[in-house]
Ligand binder design. Structure first.
Ligand code: HEC
Length: 276
């Protein structure tokens, strides 16, 4: 408005009537803005409400603490975890200590196993490999060999142990409680059992009438590289951040399982020595 007025003056083209009109409009706008500013200044916003800021004191409570302790014998909504075995994977034994159980807290259906397989392949196979021999891609590049699910120690562990390991981590293995909900952790544990069965399966285990084909045959048919279905060891190029020392109780190097397991346990020597 001001600009157009100036322009009018400079150019000497504006007439009186127009200028008066403009002046009236300017005064009206200015007044409206003043009113708006006044209203805004008086507003009580939500940010001004009487609330407790974290870690600050409060005059409301007798102990003057703003942060309130939990009320005894109450449970927050959505945090009632009555089935503690489902959430922890352990029960309290008679002697008061925690105990793992070889029991699923809910029935295992094909859907559960499929979900477990999917989650396992995402979160566990990078280290444990898709067959669970502990020689996944990350291990091939130098991470501490992950547990081989097919060795005697892992085969004899109760199923809830796997849940417990996923919840709390184990040695060099980080925990997966943030990535996997309890129900998913159980599904993965069930799938590990399926892997253990599948890797030690014999022809007799297959129901009669179901055709059995060798992995070699399937690999050839699908034009996969030779040795695709064979067991593998750590490549000589794998960098071992930690020495593979049996005395340290490295699970991937634990004694071999049943003789018929088609899994190769890595040598207990560092890769540099093995490369010779
Ligand atoms: C980053 C690599 C890595 C990933 C990913 C990983 N693990 Fe592990 N896992 C390990 C290593 C390494 C060990 C051996 C721990 C040690 O000896 O320090 C191990 C050990 C284990 C053990 C054996 C524990 C025992 O009592 O001997 C189980 C069971 C296991 N992992 C399950 C899982 C499951 C299930 C997942 C997926 C949710 C998973 N791991 C993902 C690296 C990994």
């Amino acid at each position: 408005m001001m600009v157009s007025r100036l322009k009018n003056r400079e150019q000497g083209t504006g007439n009186r009537e127009q200028n008066v009109h403009l002046r009236v409009r300017c005064v009206a706008t200015g007044a409206a803005m003043m009113v708006l500013l006044l209203i805004a200044g008086c507003r009580q916003d939500m940010q001004n409400q009487p609330k407790i800021r974290s870690q600050r004191g409060s005059e409301l409570f007798a102990d003057h603490r703003g942060a309130r302790p939990q009320v005894a014998n109450t449970v927050a909504r959505g945090q009632l975890r009555e089935d503690s075995y489902f959430y922890t994977g352990v029960i309290q034994a008679a002697d008061g200590y925690r105990e793992e159980k070889n029991e699923m807290p809910f029935p295992v259906t094909l859907d559960v196993l499929k979900r477990g397989q999917e989650r396992f392949n995402i979160y566990c196979s990078p280290c444990h490999s898709r067959v669970g021999n502990g020689l996944g891609e990350i291990v091939q590049r130098g991470y501490k060999p992950a547990a081989n699910y097919h060795d005697q120690v892992r085969l004899s562990q109760p199923i809830s142990h796997y849940f417990y390991v996923m919840t709390h981590g184990y040695g060099a293995m980080p925990d997966y409680s943030a990535q996997l909900t309890p129900v998913d952790r159980w599904a993965v544990a069930a799938y590990i059992r399926a892997l253990q069965l599948s890797q030690a399966a014999k022809v007799e285990d297959v129901p009669s009438g179901v055709p059995v084909r060798s992995l070699k045959e399937i690999a050839q048919e699908k034009h996969l590289p030779e040795g695709f279905a064979e067991p593998w060891t750590l490549p000589a190029t794998a960098v071992q951040a930690l020495p593979n020392d049996m005395k340290q109780g490295n699970p991937a190097l634990a004694p071999t399982g049943p003789a018929d397991l088609k899994i190769t346990i890595p040598q207990s020597k560092p890769a540099t020595a093995a490369a010779k």
